[in-house]
Write a new protein. Structure first.
Length: 481
């Protein structure tokens, strides 16, 4: 492929995009799909047909939107070029992956996890890897697994490994795609609880956020981290505790740091399969492997540990695991493909499973927009059944914004992930008008019930609070007379 044109077998694309340039194409409905030319000779599309294609490699994926924009002849030639590239890679020498004996007691770290789509046999050796139902291998099997070496971008340490790295730019971390519970089979993937915390990257001497800003951790906390060894993970305090955590992480002198732990889920600089990277990370952190429940039971805080991973046996197992986490007030589940690399940017090797809640609310006001929406509607002010009013802008079409629709008094449906501490939906998305509803209806959110129960326990343990409130109330009544 010509890196400039990018011509393939004498065929050029109908539309020439620069590397990294994004072109939007209108879908069959209201959605617009984003087509992007990637730096390594392939194109991506945000549509489901491209994201959930059978091939694990992006080089021979295509969809009708790419065919429309780039031309069918060009896509045919490009896909053939991609298949030849994949075959050439799959015939390269394999590297053994050391595995512990199945007769040994499982070290905690061995439940590490990773993700990659299923591959056909003529594309790569990933299909063989995905046939393994568990890791480590069952008793009597070989102690080594041949792994197709990953030749893409698999390392990054926040400083020198990436050519031309700008210390002021955003940190290129691995970002997860969304898992489709209805159509994707999770068998063979590694599962862990999705922590509702602050993403953190240890470069080897700095603890930073995705935007390359320092997390204000105290010296005693940073001293526990391995010098010169990069870690990717999450700062976490407790379930449903993101808002308090966010405030703590911005103050170095905050006593709350003693309640914060750093849960590690990857060692991004190591060009090894996921399981090997996690094993290396566990060997270098002071607290080994620890589950969120262990941290909560011990009131630990200040811990640096790797997260335990569970091998998923199928969709029912995933749904059960997700339900258990929901019952505890957790946010969701993370999935990692076995033997996968650390891939910077949005990656199909890592998937997130989050629970969506549906609810209905009444439009009470149109909020004017600004910036690109100046002179149009920016968002809807929505009234919940409980009386709370919040704004929702995501999901609104350009036509709705231009026409200031739907009108006041309309009952609409929206989706959201969780509730904030002050009782507002978190990340609400407009879905549509509910023509069969005449009043709002709130969703039953498990974390909200858990939060109320927690507050009730605190009140029971602090009876003096009620006495002081009663005294204050009586004084107020007396003074008003």
């Amino acid at each position: 492929m010509d890196p400039t044109t990018p011509e393939v077998a004498g065929v050029r694309p109908k539309l020439l995009l620069a590397v990294g340039e994004i072109h939007e194409v209108q879908g069959s409905g209201k959605d617009k799909w984003k087509i992007r030319r990637c730096e390594d000779g392939y194109y991506s599309c945000s549509c489901g047909a491209w994201k959930y294609a059978k091939s694990p490699s992006p080089y021979n994926r295509t969809c009708r939107h790419l065919g429309t924009v780039l031309g069918v002849d060009y896509e045919t030639a490009r896909v053939k070029w991609g298949e030849a590239r994949i075959k050439a890679r799959s015939t390269s020498p394999t590297t053994p992956l050391s595995q512990p004996s199945a007769t040994q007691k499982r070290p905690h770290v061995d439940q590490g996890g990773s993700s990659v789509p299923a591959a056909s046999q003529d594309e790569s050796d990933y299909g063989k890897l995905m046939d393994a139902k568990a890791w480590p291998p069952p008793q009597g099997s070989s102690s080594k697994i041949d792994v197709d070496p990953w030749t893409g971008h698999s390392t990054f340490n926040g400083r020198a490994l990436r050519k031309g790295f700008d210390a002021e730019s955003a940190v290129s971390m691995m970002l997860s795609e969304t898992w489709d519970l209805g159509s994707m089979d999770p068998a063979g993937w590694w599962m862990s609880e999705k922590l509702d915390g602050c993403r953190a990257y240890w470069t080897g001497d700095r603890l930073i956020s995705r935007s390359n800003k320092e997390w204000e951790a105290p010296g005693w906390f940073l001293d526990k981290l391995p010098k010169g060894f990069a870690l990717d993970g999450e700062l976490w305090r407790e379930r449903d505790g993101f808002e308090e955590l966010s405030g703590i992480c911005r103050r170095r002198d905050h006593e709350g740091w003693r309640t914060v732990s750093f849960f590690v889920f990857d060692a991004p600089d190591l060009p090894l399969p996921y399981e090997e990277r996690l094993r290396s990370a566990r060997a270098r952190v002071p607290d080994g492997e620890m589950s969120p429940d262990e941290a909560l039971r011990g009131k630990f805080g200040g811990r640096i540990a790797t997260l335990p991973m569970t091998n998923c046996t199928g969709r029912a197992h995933l749904e059960t695991f997700l339900g258990e986490i929901q019952d505890l007030g957790g946010e969701g589940v993370m999935l990692r493909r076995q033997h996968s690399p650390y891939e910077r940017g949005r990656s199909s090797h890592s998937r997130k499973v989050k629970v969506w809640y549906d609810a209905e609310a009444q439009v009470v006001r149109h909020v004017p927009g600004d910036g690109r929406y100046k002179g149009q509607m920016g968002s809807l002010a929505l009234l919940m059944e409980c009386g709370t009013i919040f704004t929702c802008g995501s999901g609104l079409t350009d036509a709705m914004r231009r026409d200031w629709q739907p009108p006041k008094g309309t009952i609409v449906r929206y989706r959201f992930h969780e509730m904030t501490q002050d009782g507002c939906p978190r990340f609400p998305i407009y879905v549509g008008i509910c023509h069969d509803r005449d009043r709002p209806q709130d969703a039953v959110v498990k974390s909200a019930g858990i939060r109320l129960a927690k507050r009730a326990r605190i009140d029971e343990q602090s009876p003096h609070r009620f006495a002081s409130l009663e005294t204050t109330h009586n004084k107020g009544e007396g003074s008003s007379r």
